[in-house]
Structures are given as C-alpha cells and as structure tokens.
Design a protein around this ligand. Structure first.
Ligand SMILES: *Cc1c(COP(=O)(O)O)cnc(C)c1O
Length: 369
C-alpha cells in the first residue's frame, strides 16, 4: 500500500463547499488587492497568535525580507542565522547586501545553538533569526538573551501554533515571519505569508514596505516592494484558520502513534525519534527521524511507494552561493551530521493509523536485512 508524504485533498474535501463560497465572495466583489478580506484575516490571525499586529504578505520569504527591511538591514550589516534551515532564511540577508553569519544547531531540537549566537553577535549584527524548525519552538529564551539588544526575528514558517514558555511562536521576538506555502501547518492555495509584531510603529513600517514604501498616495520615504497578500488567499486562510488547532492535535497524535509503533517494532534503538521538548509546543509540521544508512532507506521506501523527504541534505554554509564566506566541511559539525541522518516521514493530520503501520513495518523490514 503506497503512503503519500502529504495529501492535501483529504484536508480540502470536507471544506470544499465553504471554500468555494469564500472564493465566490471575493470574485463577486472583484476586490483582489488588500481590502476587507485581508483586513479580516489579519485581525483573525493576530487574535489567534496573541500578537498586536499581523501584516499579510506574498510569501514566507517576503515576510523575512520585509522584516529585515523594516529594521533597515543593508550592506555592511550582519544577521545571525542557523546553517540548518530552508534556504530563504539566509537568502534574504544576502539579497539586502548584508552578510549571513551562520551558527550551528542543537542536536536535539535542530534549532540554532544560543551559545554560538552569543559568540557571533558583534557591533555589526543587526538581527538574529532563529528558525523554529520542523514545527518546534527554538530555545527562544537562550536566543533572546544571547542577542542582547539586537532584535530577534522569528522564522515561524514551519511553526504556526508552536509555543515557548506559554506564548506563541511569533509573539516573542521583535517580529515573526510566517509562510502559508501549502505544506505548512496553515497553508493557502499558492504562496502567502504574514509578519507579526506587537510594535505599532514596526507594523506601520511593514504596511508601507509592502506597498513600495508608500506612506501616502505617491509618497515614498523609503523603497519597499510589492509584498501584498492576495485577497483570494486571505479568504482561503480564513476558512482554514479555525481548524488549525485540531490539525495540530492530529499531527501530535500521529507523532505519538509513531513513538508507539517504533517501540513495538523494537526499532527505538535504531531510529532516533524526534523529541517534543517541554514548553516548546512541538507542532510536528515535519516528523523528522535520524537513521543509519539514510540514503539507502530513503530509496527503499520510495521503491515501496512510501513518501519521505530529506530536510535538509546540505547545510547552508556549504552551499555554492555562500562560498565567498569561506566556510568548509567541519565548521558546523552538528548540522553536517544532521544533514546526513535526517529523514522526514509522513505526519499530516489526515494520515491513517494503517498508513503509519505500513511506514514502520517497511522500515523494520529494511533494517532486518
Ligand atoms: C517555507 C519556509 C520559508 C519560506 O516560505 P515561502 O512561503 O515558501 O517563501 C522560510 N523559512 C523556512 C524555515 C521555511 O520552512
């Protein structure tokens, strides 16, 4: 029996009628740029996340980019980022002419190591960007302390609904950047993103930046971009938003079932399971295990029609586009080891117990030989 890595049709089916009505509402109004649908989504998102302000943008990448622009990051500046993350976290830094300063990760939570942040923050540091990787909050207490007076921008692309110390991810740093790419905890019908902040002045600046830096009609005190979220995407997100807590519970239940199944199969010594740390509200946007002979196992599962994926096979400090930073193999050993061992298994909320049994029994068969 094949098992998909992600099947969004299962999420869409029960929402189909409501979704089509929401899309019709926008089509009938012909108001596609900002307007009431975007306003309503931003208010609902801000309430759900416990933040003062939420600004809808074109993607998670543009959320990170605009957040850095709002801080005035530019040439000569440095931004501290983890080396083990999706490319966008560091790519946006370079696009502004600033320099990404990489730090290694913690081997348990896969997120940036606060001790290394402390060592790398200097006079040119303009921001620190922790990533709540795979849906679990980074050690924000440690990161915020290490950052000192430098603003923290949380990369929440994978972590809608995660928590740190009782507060939601995206509500703790100066700003939070969310992605609504379809595979995230809250996904739209294409690209979309959101920036959160509780600072009214920053929120105002972000609203200007997403309109080419416009402060009033044809007045541009700064250069921005076109970073506006589509009204159609806002309408889609408003339908999905109330369901997110239940979907996250579904992900957590699936993670718990994997724990049971791996233990029952006697694999808990071979396969290192992800840990949901206390107070970090793991949402399991990805269920990432560490395994020996990873690439062989991956090929074996693919051959069986079982979806799996590697996030991420190459840490960013070893990417060709960052060669000028002068890093080499061995600079960030924890990230490099993770990139050789990690494998993401299907964990989406609608996954069936029988499908999880299939995944675990195929892995058991692989290691039996
Ligand atoms: C998905 C993702 C992004 C980028 O989001 P897009 O909406 O695809 O631009 C940024 N950072 C991380 C950690 C991500 O997982």
């Amino acid at each position: 029996m094949p098992v998909p890595m992600l099947d969004l049709t299962r999420q869409y089916k029960p929402l189909r009628e409501e979704m089509r009505q929401a899309l019709d509402r926008v089509c009938d109004s012909q108001r596609f740029i900002l307007g009431p649908e975007v306003d309503a989504f931003e208010a609902e998102a801000a309430a759900a996340l416990g933040v003062g302000h939420a600004v809808g943008v074109t993607s998670g990448t543009d959320a990170l980019l605009a957040a850095l622009m709002a801080l005035g990051v530019g040439p000569g500046d440095q931004v501290v980022v983890p080396t083990f993350t999706f490319f966008a976290t560091a790519g946006v830094v370079t696009r502004l002419g600033a320099t990404p300063v990489f730090v290694d990760i913690d081997p348990v939570d896969f997120c940036m190591n606060p001790r290394q942040v402390r060592e790398r923050v200097g006079p040119r540091t303009r921001a620190v960007m922790p990533v709540h990787l795979f849906g679990q909050a980074a050690d924000l207490g440690g990161v915020v302390e290490a950052a000192g007076r430098v603003p923290v921008i949380e990369d929440c692309a994978q972590s809608w609904g995660a928590e740190y110390g009782g507060r939601q991810a995206g509500a703790i740093g100066a700003m939070g950047a969310f992605s609504f790419f379809p595979s995230k905890n809250l996904g739209c019908f294409g690209d979309g993103g959101l920036i959160t902040t509780s600072d009214a002045e920053l929120a105002g600046r972000l609203r200007e930046l997403r309109m080419h830096g416009q402060s009033g009609p044809y007045q541009h005190p700064v250069v921005g971009g076109n970073f506006r979220i589509d009204a159609l995407q806002a309408a889609v997100l408003r339908v999905k938003l109330p369901h997110v807590p239940a979907w996250i519970e579904g992900r957590r239940a699936n993670a718990e079932r994997y724990r049971q199944l791996f233990a029952d199969a006697g694999l808990d010594g071979t396969v290192i399971l992800p840990e949901a740390l206390a107070g970090r509200g793991h949402t399991f946007n990805q269920y990432v295990v560490r395994v020996p002979r990873r690439d062989e196992l991956r090929a074996f599962l693919s051959g069986r029609g079982i979806g799996c994926a590697v996030y991420y096979p190459l840490p960013l400090h070893l990417q060709p586009c960052f060669a000028s930073l002068g890093h080499g193999e061995g600079d960030f050993p924890v990230a490099e080891k993770a990139s050789r061992e990690v494998l993401a298994l299907p964990v989406f909320p609608e996954l069936e117990a029988s499908e999880q049994e299939e995944v675990v029994s195929a892995i058991a068969e692989f290691y039996a030989n």
